[in-house]
Design a protein around this ligand. Structure first.
Ligand code: C2E
Ligand code: MG
Ligand code: MG
Ligand code: MG
Length: 286
């Protein structure tokens, strides 16, 4: 590292080498400060769910819930910044539990509004959260406390999560599936899951990662991957949805290739609940 400051201290006739890296030191204390802020932020209600609409065959049929943290000094902190740190520190457990509960409460509210009653809500689940022994009861308790239907809830998991403890993963998923809960494999194609393994999991949906959608019109490899994921989903009897759809051309390409579900900036960024609910009413009417 170019910024590595090294100094030699001579003492007692011997050379000792010491390494001192001010940037690394700063990074460590910044992380520690962020962790403290996160803990306080959770207690003080600074976390919020935003909702990104998911379109299926021209109608909004659900949303993905995405965490937002409104830091009192720094403003919105990106999940890309705080989720990995929350994973490492274990704070993802209370944060994830909070998100799950908030999502179930939102689903219960929707159930009472005719225009919103059919919507599904997808919640991202971190590996650490999923692998807790109490994960299944935690989900069931969140549904029960809120009075929400399991069949409206989808859990988004990444391939990495599926690598550890296959039998336990399948057992947990199967139990939740028996309550109607769906499972979407997020960022699909960026991980390492084997096809044989994929077949064993009680998934309900594959999600084409946005990195393949981005250049789907110009990069033949990405186009091939997108088509392959659709074909794979079809042959496994799973739904398929594309994320990160930003242009009408990308949407049309996906539709031509039999992927009719999508989410992305083309329709909307993740937005607060009230804005999402208004959007559903406007978009789906008629
Ligand atoms: P993800 O689950 O793959 O979510 C998709 C990300 O792509 C979101 O970023 C979303 O805002 C963004 N996105 C949506 N449409 C578009 C588009 O058209 N173009 C582009 N360029 N981006 C788009 P976000 O909200 O910053 O979240 C980042 C990641 O943080 C998520 O990736 C997910 O892995 C994680 N995350 C967010 N909320 C939660 C949560 O409640 N729990 C856990 N464990 N992870 C979460
Ligand atoms: Mg997701
Ligand atoms: Mg994703
Ligand atoms: Mg992604």
């Amino acid at each position: 590292r170019a910024d590595l400051a090294m100094y030699q201290a001579k003492s007692a006739g011997r050379d000792t080498l010491r390494f001192y890296d001010p940037q690394m030191q700063a990074a460590v204390s910044e992380r520690a400060a962020l962790e403290l802020d996160m803990r306080a932020g959770l207690a003080q209600g600074q976390f919020e769910l935003y909702y990104q609409p998911q379109v299926d065959n021209g109608r909004i049929t659900g949303a993905e819930a995405l965490l937002r943290w409104r830091h009192p000094r720094d403003g919105f902190v990106s999940p890309a910044q705080f989720i990995p740190l929350a994973e490492e520190s274990g704070l993802i457990l209370p944060i994830g539990e909070w998100a799950l509960q908030a999502a179930c409460e939102r689903l219960a509210l929707w159930a009472q509004r005719p225009a919103l009653a059919g919507l599904t809500l997808a919640v991202n689940v971190s590996p650490r959260q999923f692998h807790q022994s109490c994960f299944v009861p935690q989900v069931l308790a969140a549904l029960a406390r809120a009075g929400a239907e399991g069949s409206r809830l989808k859990l988004e998991m990444t391939e990495g999560l599926l690598l550890a403890d296959v039998e336990d993963t399948i057992a947990k998923m199967s139990t939740l599936r028996s309550y109607g809960v769906g499972f979407s494999l997020d960022d699909f194609g960026t991980g390492y899951s084997s096809l044989a393994y994929l077949k064993r999991l009680p998934l309900t949906q594959l999600k084409i990662d946005q990195s393949f959608v981005r250049d789907v019109l110009t990069d033949p490899n990405d186009a091939a991957i997108a088509r392959t994921v659709v074909a794979l989903a079809n042959s496994l009897g799973l739904d398929v949805i594309a994320e990160g759809v930003e242009t009408e051309e990308q949407r049309a390409f996906l539709a031509r290739n039999h992927c009719h579900s999508w989410q992305g900036y083309l329709l909307s960024k993740p937005i607060p609940a009230a804005d999402f609910e208004q959007l559903v009413r406007d978009y789906n009417q008629g």
